[in-house]
Design a protein around this ligand. Structure first.
Ligand code: NAI
Ligand code: MG
Length: 331
């Protein structure tokens, strides 16, 4: 029996977690789930964003399914997400954007996998207040972190039969920091002669992604660009409600949606649980249940093909619960 730590999160988190857990339970796998509050819900109850019991559970289970957690802006809170990624050294944030059936988008057959460096760049949280009128933020790029995320992208390309890896950077301006990331990329690319490699400046990459997403395959980039470009690629396939993500390190893995806690629609039972559900499929593959993951993705495809049941963000009227019911009916 394998145990998974589940964090219910804030905002729409508890609603989409419930939907996804119902579906996972229906697979009748030898899995148990330790479900915790984390984030503002936990803070309200026990004064901590991530209670010690959550860390104990993560350390024991090593695999986490996590709903989005709110980070209040400007109140001295550090993002729980960034804390978890750094504490568990989850250096590879993998965000696959695959087009889904019958969802109205400008392009079909988009298939782009972003590898976002997940532990440094501007997310170290080091901001130096020089005066009331001047603040410096530190952008940290190291050879170690750059090399491991770039290798992870090339290894993934090899393992999955992909043909190209694109490095995204701003080395024309950030000559030393992004310059280091780019030079790591150029060195490592040489060890993978069977995979095509290219590099693009981030602004150009944004334009090309919305003009011609089919030219991209696997992409690798420092943390900030990965954050921005993955929301962009979610827009290519139907929005934030459909993009899953895996945070992978050598010892731990956290699977989550790319989107946040969506406070604007929380508590209305209208959030799309698909991104978290696809993240749970990613998790099932990771822990050795690829066939069961495929059962869920097949059910998702079927429900979307039928064009009857879909949530509001995808142009439908189904509630979160109704969408989960439709998936369950297909399993
Ligand atoms: P957001 O992703 O929560 O929402 C952006 C827009 O997308 C909203 O209009 C929302 O209604 C919509 N949306 C998001 N997920 C959806 C879903 N599953 N179904 C239907 N519509 C959906 O981004 P926002 O508003 O910038 O952030 C809200 C909070 O979430 C912030 O506190 C932020 O720090 C946090 N956040 C947490 C993340 C995480 O836990 N991994 C990731 C991103 C943001
Ligand atoms: Mg983001």
């Amino acid at each position: 029996m394998k145990t998974i730590t589940v964090l219910r999160g804030d905002g729409i988190g508890p609603e989409i977690t419930e939907a996804v857990l119902r579906i996972l339970h229906a697979l009748k796998l030898p899995l148990t789930f330790e479900v915790f509050d984390a984030g503002m819900n936990a803070f309200a109850n026990c004064g901590e964003l991530i209670p010690q019991a959550v860390h104990d559970s993560i350390k024991k289970n090593r695999v986490v399914l996590k709903a989005p957690i709110t980070t209040p802006i400007g109140k001295g809170f550090r993002s729980v997400n960034v804390q978890l990624r750094q504490r568990y050294d989850l250096y590879a944030n993998i965000r696959p954007a695959h087009s889904l059936p019958k969802i109205k988008t400008p392009f079909c057959d988009v298939d782009i996998v972003i590898f976002r460096e997940n532990t440094e760049d501007l997310y170290t949280g080091e901001e130096i207040v020089i005066s009331d009128d001047e603040v410096h933020a530190i952008k940290k790029i190291t050879r170690h972190a750059s090399e491991r995320i770039i290798r992870a992208a090339f290894d993934y390309a090899c393992a999955k039969g992909r043909h190209k890896v694109t490095c995204v950077h701003k080395a024309n301006i950030l000559k030393k920091s992004d310059g280091l990331f780019l030079s790591c990329f150029q060195e490592i690319a040489q060890a993978y002669p069977m995979i095509e490699s290219e590099d693009l400046i981030v602004d150009n990459a944004c334009m090309q992604l919305v003009m011609d997403p089919h030219r991209f395959d696997v992409m690798v980039m420092p943390n900030l660009y990965g954050d921005l470009l993955s929301d962009l690629t979610s827009g290519l396939i139907g929005g934030l409600g459909v993009l899953p993500s895996a945070n992978i390190g050598n010892d731990y893995a956290i699977f989550e949606a790319v989107h946040g806690s969506a406070p604007d629609i929380a508590g209305q039972n209208c959030a799309n649980p698909l991104a978290l559900l696809l993240a749970s499929c990613f998790m099932l593959e990771h822990i050795g249940y690829p066939k069961e993951a495929k059962r869920i993705t097949d059910a998702i495809d079927k429900v979307l093909q039928e064009e009857k049941v879909r949530t509001k963000d995808l142009g439908g009227t189904a509630t979160t619960t109704q969408f989960a019911d439709a998936i369950l009916a297909c399993l």
